[in-house]
Design a protein. Structure first.
Length: 396
């Protein structure tokens, strides 16, 4: 979407508003698929942006769900349960039974407890669950290799489970592909060991490479698909040994999003320019925290009367009453003025759900999808004040 399109959307829907370009998303996903080839499958982690689920249903083979709430979203959108992988570290008996009852049959097991619960629930419902054992990368996620091996050793007694293989994800935004290559080598060695020592064939491997996506002005945007292009030969080699699915959210979705916010006030405090916008850190949250000195890609949509003025550095601050609500400490802008719209680009992943939206009971932004030259409002403003008061359960 160009500046003209963003300006038109801002005029039509107001701000703050998230805009997600489904055409750009589809183009990116087609490019990824062409790069990795038909032998490598794609899974979208919906926590990155659940508003992209309808589009991603057409673009990936699987959707990763990590909570009961995400499962409800998929139900409401009539997602085929056969395309859902139910993951996450906190799976209760109730969560598993509910997922089974709506037709989900693919699960990850992140602990020995998960193995037991999945098996018990499967037997109770009279089904077999296709299960991936998640190997830890040294964090709270997944299970130790010894526990993974124990589950495989006892698989004959786990009659409710079809243990198909391994799930592995170490982290996101990792620039050096040496890390991913070492992980793939480790996973190959583990598969060989399980074959030799446990007579276990790893039929499926779900791998999250955590590929890097640039967000800030000092970074290189010339080829944001370079990481997957460089790693593709390694992925294709693994795909010759087992059914390989790569699972990502940020790398897939970041490019397609823009966040529109309006400048509501400008002032000079102690010789420093401050611009207050009608959004803030409760919406703009590129990397899980305040950006501070980092400068994202921002399109300035000024009025014609001041578009050609000399540039000036501005601190872009949000509407929250906290000194932490600084989106950018030093953003050069030409003729920034009250009423101008700023479009924060490359914000298609996480920000829409990751920000502390309930802080100060500010109104939550609109969500707009852009497709085929048309825009569709998919969520209107929500008054969060209703959620921040006694008796909210009764009112809702």
């Amino acid at each position: 979407m160009d500046k003209t399109t963003l300006g038109r959307i801002a005029a039509q829907y107001g701000t703050p508003t998230f805009v997600f370009d489904e055409d750009a998303l589809a183009a990116r996903m087609r490019a990824v698929k062409e790069i990795v080839g038909e032998s490598v499958h794609l899974c979208y982690s919906i926590k990155a942006n659940p508003f992209l689920i309808p589009a991603m249903q057409q673009l990936t083979e699987l959707l990763e769900v990590c909570s009961p709430g995400e499962l409800i979203i998929c139900e409401d959108l009539h997602v085929d349960p056969a395309t859902i992988l139910f993951s996450g570290v906190n799976k209760t008996r109730e969560d598993i039974l509910r997922a089974i009852d709506v037709g989900v049959r693919r699960f990850t097991a992140e602990s020995p407890l998960h193995v037991r619960l999945l098996n018990e629930c499967a037997l109770e419902r009279g089904v077999v669950l296709h299960t991936l054992l998640r190997l830890t990368a040294g964090s709270q996620f997944g299970m130790d290799e010894s526990d993974l091996r124990a589950a495989i050793s006892s698989r004959a007694s786990l009659t409710g489970l079809d243990i198909e293989g391994i799930h592995y994800f170490a982290g996101t935004q990792r620039k050096k592909l040496d890390h991913q290559r070492k992980e793939l080598e480790m996973l190959c060695a583990l598969m060989d060991s399980l074959k030799a020592e446990e007579s276990f064939d790893t039929r499926r491997l779900e791998y999250g490479p955590g590929l890097y996506y640039p967000y800030f002005a000092h970074e290189d945007f010339s080829d944001t698909l370079a990481p997957v292009r460089e790693l593709a030969p390694d992925l294709q080699r693994i795909a010759q040994r087992t059914e390989l699915t790569i699972e990502m959210g940020r790398f897939f979705a970041s490019e397609c999003g823009s966040y529109l916010t309006t400048v509501v006030d400008t002032k000079i405090n102690c010789g420093y320019g401050y611009a207050i916008v009608d959004g803030g850190m409760h919406h703009v949250n590129y990397l899980g925290g305040n950006m501070g000195m980092r400068l994202p890609i921002i399109e300035h949509l000024p009025g014609p009367e001041h578009a050609d003025e000399s540039p000036m550095d501005w601190a872009l601050c949000g509407s929250l009453c906290t000194t932490a609500d600084v989106l950018v400490r030093k953003a050069p802008m030409c003729g920034l003025a009250q009423g101008d719209v700023l479009a924060f680009r490359h914000i298609g992943a996480y920000s829409v759900t990751e920000g502390p939206a309930l802080f100060l009971s500010r109104r939550m932004p609109r969500i707009v999808l852009h497709r085929g030259g048309e825009t569709h409002l998919v969520r209107d403003h929500i008054e969060s004040a209703k959620l921040n008061q006694a008796g909210a359960a009764v009112k809702l």
